[in-house]
Design a protein around this ligand. Structure first.
Ligand code: DQA
Length: 140
C-alpha cells in the first residue's frame, strides 16, 4: 500500500475559528477525518502532520525520505515566504502536490507568489477540503 504524507502549515490547526468566511466553518479535526476517508477510498496509507514552525516542517520532509511515496502539502503562509520548504522537497525527491483551501490567485498580491510550487508537480487551490482528496488521488 502506498504511503502519503500530508503536511499542513501554520494556523491550519485553527480551521473553524480562523476567518471562517475564507476557510469555512469546519475544524482541523474535520479535515483529518476527511483525509482519512479519502485515504480509505483511495486505498492508501496516510500520515498527517501539522506544525506552525518552518523548521519542524523541513525536519518532517527530510524524515519522509525513503519512507513515503508522495507528499501532499499545504504550507499555508510559508508558501509565500519559505525557500527552505521547497529546498527540502527537492532534496528528498518525493513527488509532491501543493494544496490550498482558498484560491490564492484571487486574493492579496503577496499570496499570488508560491515558492513551494517550483518543487511540486501540481498546485490545487480554491477547492476547500476536496483539494486534498484530489491531490491524494492524483499522487497514486
Ligand atoms: C492557505 C493560503 C495561504 O495564503 C494562507 O497563509 C493560509 C492558508 C490556504 O489553504 O488557502 O494560511 O494556504
Amino acid at each position: 500500500m502506498k504511503k502519503i504524507l500530508v503536511v499542513n502549515g501554520p494556523n491550519i490547526n485553527m480551521l473553524g475559528i480562523r476567518e471562517p468566511e475564507i476557510y469555512g466553518e469546519k475544524t482541523y479535526a474535520d479535515l483529518l477525518a476527511f483525509i482519512e476517508d479519502a485515504a480509505t477510498e483511495a486505498g492508501v496509507c496516510i500520515e498527517s502532520f501539522q506544525s506552525n514552525s518552518e523548521g519542524a516542517i523541513v525536519d518532517k520532509i527530510q524524515q519522509a525520505y525513503g519512507n513515503f511515496d508522495g507528499i501532499v502539502i499545504n504550507p499555508a503562509a510559508y508558501t509565500h515566504t519559505s525557500i527552505a520548504i521547497p529546498d527540502a522537497l527537492k532534496a528528498v525527491g518525493i513527488q509532491t502536490i501543493e494544496v490550498h483551501l482558498s484560491d490564492i490567485s484571487k486574493r492579496e498580491d503577496y499570496r499570488k507568489v508560491s515558492y513551494t510550487s517550483q518543487a511540486c508537480i501540481k498546485t490545487i487551490a480554491g477547492k476547500g477540503f476536496e483539494g486534498y482528496k484530489e491531490a491524494i488521488l492524483e499522487i497514486l
